[in-house]
Structures are given as C-alpha cells and as structure tokens.
Design a protein around this ligand. Structure first.
Ligand code: TEU
Length: 552
C-alpha cells in the first residue's frame, strides 16, 4: 500500500453555520473558526474539511451555491477566508473545501440565464424536458420529498432537481459545464486549498433517457437510477487529468449509491479518479422502504459487516474513509452508542472504533465531546429542509404527527447541526445573539470548557486516541480481519503489519462480555482502553468498553 499524507490524516469536519459566531448575528462564521484554530489543532488532526462557505441563498444551508468563487459575506467574505487559509497553513493544517457540482442554486447566474428562454446559451447547462401526459417527464422523486421536477411556466418545460427545487441539477453532458467546474476547482487550488470533498459526485451522470424508476425503496432508486450513471467514470477521469493530477491535494467523493461493487471503480489507485469516497452503507443502515424517515432496527452484525466488506473490497486497490457521522445524520453517540447512562463510555468506544479502522478518519465537529441528538418540542424549532419537507409530506398523508415528531427526534439532520457547545454560558458560548438553530439544552453538562478540565473526558480521550493512531502506523495501513462476525454484542478485529500487531475489542452492550478466542492470552498487553480496568483477563470487557491489545 503506497503511503500518502492524506491516508494518514485525521480530518475534522466543520459545519461553519454551527461552529462559532463572532458577530452576534446567530450564524457561525470563518472568524469563529480562526478563533478556535488552536483548539482544532490541539486535537491532533491534520486537515479541516469545511462545508460550503460560498455565496448562497441558503435554501439548503450552502449546498445551493449562487457563486462558486465568492465567499459568503455571512461567513466573513474573502478576507476571512484568506486569513483562515494562511493561519491554517502556518499551523500545519490543511484545508479541504466542499465542491457542490451536481447542482447550483437557482439564483446562480447560469440558471438565471438558462430559464430566460429555450435558446438561451446557458439553457443546456441544466436538464430541461417537456412534460408527459400533463405531468412531469418521469416518476422520479427528490431526496427531499415530492417530484424531482419543477415546471417553469415561462418556457413550459420541467427542470430536474434531485434536491430542492432551488437546486437545479447541472447537465454534465455539456462539455462547457465540465470546463466551468474544472476551472472552479483550479481556481481554489491556485489559492492554495488542499483538496475537495465532492458533494453527491456519484449523481452527476444521469441515466440514458431518464427512464421511470421501478423501485419502491428510495435507496434502491438511488443506487440503480440516480447514481453511477454511464459517464460517471469518464467525467471523473477527465477531471483528474485536467486538474486534480496537477496538484498535491486530496479528494473524497460523497456518494449515495456507491456500493461494494462500484466503490473500487471510483477509488482504484490505477484508475486515477478520486482518492476516497464516502459510502453510506452504515449511514443508510436503518432506512426502511420509506427511507430515512422510516427507520428500521438493525443489528451490530449488520454494522460490522459493512466495515469488514468495505475493507475487503478496497484492500490493495484503493483507500477508504472512516466516519460515523456528519452534518446529514443524527449524532453518532445517539445512533450507534448510548447517549444516556453509558454516554461517556460509548462515545469513547466509538472514538476507538473510528481511530483503529483502516482508512482516512473523519471526525465531525462536536463528536469529540460526545454531543448528542436533540428533541425539540415543536417542528417550528427545526430548520432543515429535508426535515420540514418530510414533515409536510407526512401531514398530507394523514400520518400520526406525534409519532412523526419522535421520528424527527431520531432522524433529523438538525441533530447534528445544533451549535457547538463551547461552555455553559448563554447559548453554549456559540453566539451572543439568537442562534439560527437552538442549542441543545444539555450544553450545561456537555461542553468543551468542562471537558478541558477533566483528564478523563471524551475530548481528552480523542486527543489520546488520535496520538495513539499516529504513533502506530499499523492502525493506518495494516491489514484488517474481523474475528467475531457472528457475536451479537462484541466487535473484535485484528490490525497488523510489519510495524505492529493489535487486537481491538469493543463491547457494544450494557452487559459485561467476554471474547472467547483461541488466542494465547499471555501474548497480549493492554495498550489502551476507554475505561479504567483492573480485570486480569484481557478478553473481558465491561459495558461499552473498548480495549486495544498489543501483541508482544
Ligand atoms: O448530501 C447528499 C446526501 O446523500 C444526503 O442528501 C443524504 O442522503 C441525506 O442528507 C440523508 O438524510 C449532500 C450534502 O451533504 C447535504 O447536506 C446536501 O443537502 C445534499 O448533498 C445536496 O447538496
């Protein structure tokens, strides 16, 4: 496996709107990131992935870009950005930006032109079709509920939008569109940014003829109809040749619909497309027929299988990315851990898991202090367009809205978007004004300031685990083998290469567990655990305990 800086990096994801507001307008800003740069650096991370900070009407919080080369004034504008990049580089941190190129905002100049007339030179930048039988061109639905088509009265055609109607999809078939995007990428590389996370890059090539989908489950429609279109790899190769290959940068493609079969095609090292992808096999693990808002139970074995399968398909071929949460899903400790009695232990267990798997590790802001889901009493406290659209749809369908509110509590993207809890001052020290989204009331006991004082905090455990991974390259590059595929409570695996040999054990349950292994116990020493332990048997674990055993 070739060594690369980005394989060894730990990436910290910043959702700027919720990170730190220095102006008092209730919205986080780049000056706030600058203020907290030493904090981020103190975690031991190498890279910041910054969610979109470009000019945007914010129908989808910046994922609807109206100007690819302008930094939004809400976030501090170009000056703040230049200062951020400079300070980060001085401190030895790299900056990865978000490239949202499947769609633009409808307020982008290209779309403003495109909708003027059918023969406008920009018309073909987007995907326009005539209606069928008085309705939209096909039966596709948007990721955010309702039809994926919007009718334009003036020109009497529909345009495609996989996300909100204010996010029209770009037409990548048009070479001019590709050139525009490659130029944008080059523009930011010339400014010195160190890479891109590419939003829904798996969706840019649309299927031939845009046929109706025959799938009932939305996640199936994504894999078979929306993602991995016929030209996806041509486009990525072209982008690689035209721009990516000319810089020492990293790329991570975000990919709903990327699965075990097609994943290696995106990241195969010989193929020269992307460095890594985010697949969603574990993030969509609870999606039922109705998708994210139809959550279904899943088992630990299902969860383990995802990591094992992905390691298997990528080994010797390409590189993976390891993450358990981001700004689109509920908080990882609430979802995969226990945000009640075992909050601290389970948050640390998940940190141990993240930092001992093979792949580049991504930590989402706030997870390093174990921030949890929130449960607002009223839908009016929610902001996320996906949540609000799902709510409207459920109302129209006559669902029991009290029951639906509890689904919102567990599934809403706003769980991950409540402001970062810095201290126990008003608004958790996030803002002196009214935050754009309410803070989670548990900030009085879950906050950075408190955890800084406590050597046993989740925060300090993240620092230790990041340092531990860096000191042990076998945890980055080493082989992986799952040792207990069928154990319902334990996840145990071995990571090894010439640099070291580790056995990593996690107890995902409220009861003590013992791993029955045919391995000579006295070969191991306990190198790390998330809990103080005085058990003599290395293979016994307390509830939500993780242990890293080193073979000596
Ligand atoms: O997300 C793409 C994506 O797959 C999500 O829509 C995901 O399916 C959903 O949020 C799960 O509930 C990216 C961005 O990360 C997201 O914030 C944007 O809203 C979306 O693209 C559109 O740009």
């Amino acid at each position: 496996m070739k060594k690369k800086w980005w394989k060894e990096s730990v990436v910290y994801q910043v959702y700027p709107r919720s990170f730190r507001d220095t102006t008092g307008n209730g919205v986080g800003d780049i000056w706030g990131i600058l203020e907290k740069l030493d904090y981020i650096k103190s975690l031991g991370v190498d890279v910041i992935w910054l969610c979109p900070v470009y000019e945007s009407p914010n129908d989808d919080n910046g994922y609807d870009i109206s100007h690819y080369r302008k930094i939004s004034e809400d976030f501090g504008g170009q000056n703040a950005f230049d200062e951020l990049l400079e300070q980060m580089h001085k401190k030895g941190l790299k900056l990865v930006m978000d490239l949202v190129a499947n769609h633009t905002s409808d307020e982008h100049a290209w779309f403003q032109e495109a909708k003027k007339s059918k023969d406008n030179p920009f018309r073909d930048y987007y995907i326009w079709k005539d209606g069928k039988n008085g309705g939209p061109p096909n039966n596709w639905t948007s990721f955010f509920s309702g039809s994926a088509w919007e009718y334009d009265e003036a020109t009497q055609q529909y345009y495609l939008h996989y996300f909100t109607k204010k996010q029209p999809d770009l037409n990548w078939e048009n070479p001019k569109v590709r050139r525009e995007i490659f130029d944008v990428v080059e523009y930011w590389f010339e400014k010195g940014v160190d890479g891109f996370r590419m939003d829904v890059i798996s969706l840019i090539s649309k299927p031939e003829g845009l046929p109706n989908t025959k799938y009932e489950k939305f996640q199936d429609t994504i894999v078979h109809d929306y993602a991995n279109g016929p030209k996806i790899h041509d486009y990525l190769k072209e982008m690689n040749q035209e721009v990516l290959s000319k810089y020492d940068i990293m790329t991570v493609g975000e990919g709903p619909g990327i699965d075990l079969k097609n994943g290696p095609l995106y990241v195969g090292e010989e193929r020269k497309e992307l460095d890594m992808v985010f697949h969603f096999d574990h993030m969509f693990i609870d999606c039922g027929i109705g998708g994210k808002y139809d959550p279904q139970p899943f088992t630990l074995n299902d969860f383990k299988q995802v990591f094992t399968n992905w390691d298997d398909v990528l080994k010797d071929k390409g590189w993976g990315s390891i993450f358990l949460g981001n700004h689109d899903f509920s908080r990882m400790v609430s979802r995969f851990g226990d945000d009640g009695r075992y909050h601290q232990a389970s948050a640390k267990l998940l940190a141990t898991l993240l930092l001992t798997l093979r792949g580049t590790v991504y930590v989402y802001q706030g997870d390093e202090i174990g921030m949890t889901n929130v449960a607002f009493d009223s839908i009016s406290d929610y902001n996320d367009v996906e949540t609000l659209n799902a709510w409207k749809e459920a109302e129209q369908q006559g669902e029991d809205m009290d029951a639906f509110l509890s689904i919102v509590h567990s599934q809403s993207r706003d769980n991950a978007r409540t402001p970062v809890q810095w201290n126990d001052d008003k608004n958790a020290g996030f803002s002196k004004g009214e935050p754009w989204l309410k803070v989670n009331p548990n900030y009085t006991h879950i906050n950075v300031a408190k955890q800084e004082q406590d050597p046993n905090s989740i925060l300090n455990y993240y620092r230790e685990m990041i340092a531990f991974r860096k000191a042990n390259p076998a945890l980055v590059y080493g082989n992986y083998a799952c040792l207990d595929e069928n154990h319902g409570q334990l996840y145990v695996y071995r990571r090894w290469d010439a640099d070291g040999d580790f056995l990593v054990l996690h107890n995902f349950s409220d009861a003590p567990q013992t791993f029955n292994a045919d391995l000579k116990e006295n070969n191991y020493t306990l190198a790390k655990s998330n809990l103080n332990t005085n058990k003599l048997n290395n293979f016994s674990l307390d509830p939500w305990q993780s242990k890293i055993l080193k073979i000596v």
